[in-house]
Design a protein around this ligand. Structure first.
Ligand code: AMP
Length: 308
């Protein structure tokens, strides 16, 4: 099976109640590809960086099976930079700086050897760029999933709606779902958003888990209760990468398999928040991941008999 990820590959500077980082590696595309690599031994990426981006991270992606033919490196230009500060609850944050740099004029090029892509994960990027990737694939992938954020709702709502009308799965957080639908109830929000195009909607609720709306069915997955959340940056992208990586690796996008994929994404996201940036994601073993998935299973499994 083939999976293509499109998304920002970036520098981030993060401030949490636990500390502060200088420029570290981040970006939606980076988190998605690292996360999906736990399930997909080969995958592809379309993204852009400046020549200030460290070769070591590109080597890390390659060593994890990511084909980087679609990663453009722009000479003399600067990589996208984002900076954010988390509030004490770690569930909400303020964006302090967004410097688009190379992303401002990003023209995604799809290498010929990516044309047979079956699963497409459109990570957070401008909706125009996300759409041009769908349009430049000669054959529509089996499943197209998309992430976005409030930034694009504020500056490019019409473009966002056009792109949304072309995808199968939308993955957003609760705050974004409310902003997009103008509905407070997430059930009502899901109705409004699904009428805009995506048949399947996943609403992430941070430490409160995630909801999947699929046909007339709904599934809820908890988040693992963690003693300490160090840095939530990239948790949403890690979730999306684990979700799509699992779907692509199993080549099954039925409701039942999407439930498993959501647990896979949630398990990987629970690791991501344990250290700053991508640090934790690059050190997890298969055994640790399996143990954590088991924790998820036992977290919600119970038997019950109603007394007579
Ligand atoms: P998340 O915490 O999952 O929402 O994703 C955080 C990542 O998104 C960071 O690593 C940023 O580099 C990236 N990011 C933030 N703003 C944007 C944006 N406007 N476009 C693309 N990527 C962004």
């Amino acid at each position: 099976m083939s999976l293509l990820t499109v998304g920002s590959v970036a520098f981030d500077a993060i401030e949490t109640p636990f500390g502060k980082t200088d420029k570290i590696i981040g970006g939606a595309g980076t988190y998605i590809a690292l996360s999906s690599s736990f399930f997909m031994k080969e995958q592809r990426i379309v993204a852009v960086v400046g020549d200030d981006f460290p070769q070591e991270m590109i080597d890390t992606l390659v060593s994890r099976g990511v084909n980087t033919d679609g990663l453009q490196i722009k000479k003399g230009e600067k990589t996208f930079f984002w900076s954010g500060k988390y509030h004490n609850d770690m569930n909400s944050r303020d964006t302090l700086v967004t410097e688009l740099n190379v992303l401002e004029h990003f023209d995604p090029i799809i290498p010929e050897n990516y044309q047979d892509t079956e699963y497409l994960m459109l990570g957070n990027l401008s909706p125009q760029v996300q759409r041009s990737v769908i349009e430049r694939l000669e054959k529509r992938p089996k499943l197209v999933a998309m992430d976005t954020m409030n930034f694009w709702m504020e500056i490019a709502l019409d473009e966002l709606k056009k792109t949304m009308s072309m995808v199968d799965v939308l993955i957003i957080n609760d705050e974004e779902a409310r902003q997009l639908s103008k509905e407070y109830s997430l059930v009502k929000a899901a109705k409004v958003i699904r009428a805009m195009g995506p048949k399947i909607l996943i609403i992430k609720k941070g430490e409160h888990g995630a909801l999947l709306f699929h046909g007339d069915k709904v599934f809820f997955a908890p988040a693992l209760p963690l003693e300490e959340v160090f840095d939530p940056t990239g948790a949403g992208d890690t979730f999306a990468g684990g979700f799509m990586g699992y779907i692509a690796a199993t080549d099954d996008y039925s409701f039942d398999n999407m439930k498993r994929a959501i647990i896979a994404g949630s398990a990987l996201a629970s690791f991501c928040v344990e250290k700053f940036g991508t640090d934790r994601l690059t050190e997890i073993s298969k055994k640790e991941l399996e143990d954590r998935i088991d924790q998820f299973i036992s977290l919600t499994a119970f038997e019950m008999v109603v007394p007579a």
